[in-house]
Write a protein that binds this ligand. Structure first.
Ligand code: NAD
Length: 244
């Protein structure tokens, strides 16, 4: 299948997990793909790596413009870079709130701001933000993380409204717990990693973690012309966690 033939895509956080799976899927389907990440040492051909921290506006502008120059424009932005945070509102201080909001929310805004002038010149412009089931599910011990993803969800709706008349679609995916290096690190830090993994699996009606490839498939759908009439939506990829 070559539903991305001729399209040019930028994936943030594309050096690992969901972003990496997405970057490779889009490339396999015919897109030319650039990755923006903190460290691009593991980004290999055919992907093009551009190093930037999404909290650094100058670095983001430079990387997005270099990616657009390399690709000859931009049709697809997968705004995916993000970090986790554990705890109730009593566990994280102001500095931690600002740090995580800066990556998960303002980081997406910075990348979108830099990408929009390029997307406007595309005849097939699509933005897909990686949100989370945490935006709407009310997960315990995830106050800060959930608040950042709630903001990403609202940002998706607002951007969809702002840019629909420019032909730019904006959607998001809401993954449940996905088996990525991030979750690997979380399990490694647990007192009993096997019990923690079993608890995460049990939270999803399918009884297993979502795979990065499954989230990538949903992102690819929302980025592709197959979803040409869809904007301002959140697609759950959560093993039935919210719907069942
Ligand atoms: P991951 O840690 O495997 O990959 C995240 C990537 O983002 C890494 O390559 C990292 O270097 C990059 N990144 C982090 N901070 C950055 C910054 N400041 N600037 C540039 N790049 C940065 O994680 P993942 O599980 O693949 O998560 C990807 C996205 O999916 C995140 O937005 C996360 O919130 C979301 N998500 C993950 C899960 C899950 O269970 N894994 C569930 C729901 C949503």
């Amino acid at each position: 299948m070559s539903d991305f033939e001729g399209l040019r895509a930028l994936v943030t956080g594309g050096a690992s997990g969901i972003g990496r799976a997405t970057a490779h899927l889009l490339a396999e389907r015919g897109a030319r793909v650039a990755v923006l990440d903190l460290d691009t040492a593991t980004v290999d051909r055919p992907l093009l790596g551009h190093r930037a921290d999404v909290t650094d506006d100058t670095a983001v502008r430079r990387a997005v413009s270099a990616a657009a120059a390399d690709l000859g424009g931009l049709d697809v932005l997968v705004n995916n870079a993000g970090i986790g945070a554990r705890g109730t509102v009593e566990d994280n201080d102001d500095a931690e709130w600002h740090r995580v909001l800066d990556v998960n929310v303002v980081g997406m805004v910075r990348v979108a701001r830099a990408a929009l002038p390029h997307l406007r010149r595309s005849s097939h412009a699509a933005v897909v933000n990686t949100c989370s089931i945490a935006a709407t599910a009310g997960l315990p011990q995830r106050a800060l993380y959930s608040a950042t993803k709630g903001a990403v969800y609202s940002l998706t709706l607002a951007m969809a409204a702002d840019h629909v008349h420019e032909g730019i679609r904006v959607n998001c995916v809401n993954p449940g717990t996905a088996d990525t290096p991030w979750i690997g690190r979380l399990l490694d830090a647990a007192d009993d990693p096997a019990a923690e993994r079993a608890a995460l699996e049990a939270r999803q009606p399918t009884g297993r973690l979502v795979t990065a490839a499954e989230v990538a498939g949903a992102i690819a759908y929302l980025a592709s012309p197959l979803s040409g009439a869809t904007t301002g939506t959140a697609l759950a990829v959560d093993g039935g966690m919210q719907g069942l």
